[in-house]
Design a binder for this molecule. Structure first.
Ligand SMILES: [Zn+2]
Length: 251
């Protein structure tokens, strides 16, 4: 009898836990550790990404009791690109949001936020962003084998994204649009739109997923904003508002 009782109380407990967290959100702060990402004299991409990721996650944890937040990193550590996606897949996540900061080869970059979903780039600028973000795999051991010969710096490698079918495309584009809208209205940022490009980290996830570029670190006024507490909080609040609107639309 005791055993049966214990069995049922364990069962009930696990059911309660399931009910408490019916939704899993993975927040991925791009780069970290030995990989600083884009840099300027004002700061490093890895730190901006992490600050916004943690502030966004905190808002979700405080206000959405039914959402379990999983972070790919919460500190300044290096996490391989495949592992970031694997964390989301293992958690059977409902949504994956990767947070990055942009840069260009120009001395002074433009201003504005962009949000990407997985797909084939239609413009050279979008390919350049994917190349820069994917090139972090060259810091991993045996990356040629792990990524099946994918060369992040060769344009030919990106042809594979052309024929790819992504069943989560519609949801991902919906969320990307909401994020850009919030960046405009909540944070007053320049809206550089929703785009598609071949990001390895998005390709390896099996749920709706987006990659956000918060702004240009090589634009001095944006860099100052991105490294300020007010900037981090406004960007985090924007992503949070978009997430809430997206989730509401799904339920
Ligand atoms: Zn990045």
């Amino acid at each position: 009898m005791q055993t049966i009782k214990r069995y049922f109380s364990t069962l009930l407990l696990s059911l309660c836990c399931l009910a408490a967290f019916p939704y899993t959100l993975v927040i991925d702060a791009g780069h970290g550790g030995k990989d600083p990402g884009a840099q300027s004299k004002t700061g490093k991409e890895k730190n901006i990404n992490l600050a916004v990721a943690l502030a966004f996650g905190k808002l979700v944890e405080q206000n959405c009791k039914d959402v379990k937040v999983v972070y790919t990193r919460k500190t300044d550590v290096f996490v391989e690109l495949n592992e970031r996606a694997a964390i989301a897949n293992r958690a059977k996540a409902d949504l994956f949001i990767s947070i990055h900061t942009n840069s260009t080869a120009a001395k002074v970059g433009p201003r504005g936020t962009e949000t990407y979903t997985l797909g084939m780039h239609r413009a050279a600028d979008n390919l350049a962003v994917a190349k820069r973000e994917n090139s972090v795999i060259t810091l991993e051991n045996d990356y040629e084998e792990k990524y099946e010969g994918f060369d992040p710096n060769s344009s030919e490698s990106y042809i594979i994204f052309e024929l790819m079918q992504d069943k989560n495309m519609e949801s991902s584009v919906k969320l990307a649009g909401l994020v850009q809208k919030q960046f405009r209205s909540t944070a007053g940022r320049v809206d550089k739109g929703v785009h598609q490009a071949g990001f390895l980290v998005l390709r390896a996830t099996s749920m709706p997923s987006i990659l956000i570029e918060l702004g240009y670190i090589n634009n001095p006024s944006e860099a100052a904003y991105l490294t300020s507490t007010a900037g981090v909080n406004a960007l985090a609040k924007s992503i949070y508002n978009a997430f809430v609107a997206y989730k509401k639309g799904k339920s």
